[in-house]
Design a protein around this ligand. Structure first.
Ligand SMILES: [Fe+2]
Ligand SMILES: [Fe+2]
Length: 153
């Protein structure tokens, strides 16, 4: 599930912005600055990983995936603290959904190795990074967004 593909080659040495493979749709903004910043950071890591894989910079892509895994775990901790603070009523379900995603994260490293060995296409790995991210940002966090909106008015 790749949402936006920008095939424009940047060329040259000055990559001011990494090529965008995946963009988070605006309606997936939660309306909480810390959460939205975290999601944006994770999206940026996905795009950087995609660019590194395309350029066969495998050491860099492995490093970025490890950063993505740490970033997801850190994000879940931050988010769970926010859910607690705002007295979100479905916190247990939300934490359970985070745990489900955490179980899938170590596989990303194995899949990166498959790409390096030439056994798998790089975009399949990017799809899996996007799936991990969307399982949180889309499936779980949208419930919190609704809660936040209702409690603000
Ligand atoms: Fe979440
Ligand atoms: Fe989230």
């Amino acid at each position: 599930m790749i949402f936006a593909v920008n095939s424009k080659a940047t060329g040259g040495y000055f990559h001011v912005m990494p090529r965008t493979i995946f963009e988070l749709p605006n309606d997936l903004l939660i309306g909480h600055m810390l959460i939205d910043d975290d999601h944006a950071k994770l999206v940026r890591l996905i795009n950087e990983t995609g660019a590194a894989l395309q350029e066969k910079q495998y050491q860099e892509s492995t490093r970025l995936i490890m950063e993505f895994i740490d970033g997801m775990k850190h994000h879940f901790d931050t988010e769970e603290a926010i859910l607690l603070e705002t007295e979100f009523p479905w916190i247990d379900e939300h934490i359970a959904s985070h745990r489900q995603v955490i179980l899938k994260l170590p596989r990303l490293i194995d899949e990166c190795e498959k790409v390096i060995d030439g056994d798998q296409a790089w975009n399949k790995l990017i799809d899996n990074l996007v799936d991990c991210m969307m399982e949180d940002a889309f499936k779980a966090d949208m419930v919190f967004k609704t809660f936040l909106t209702q409690n603000r008015s």
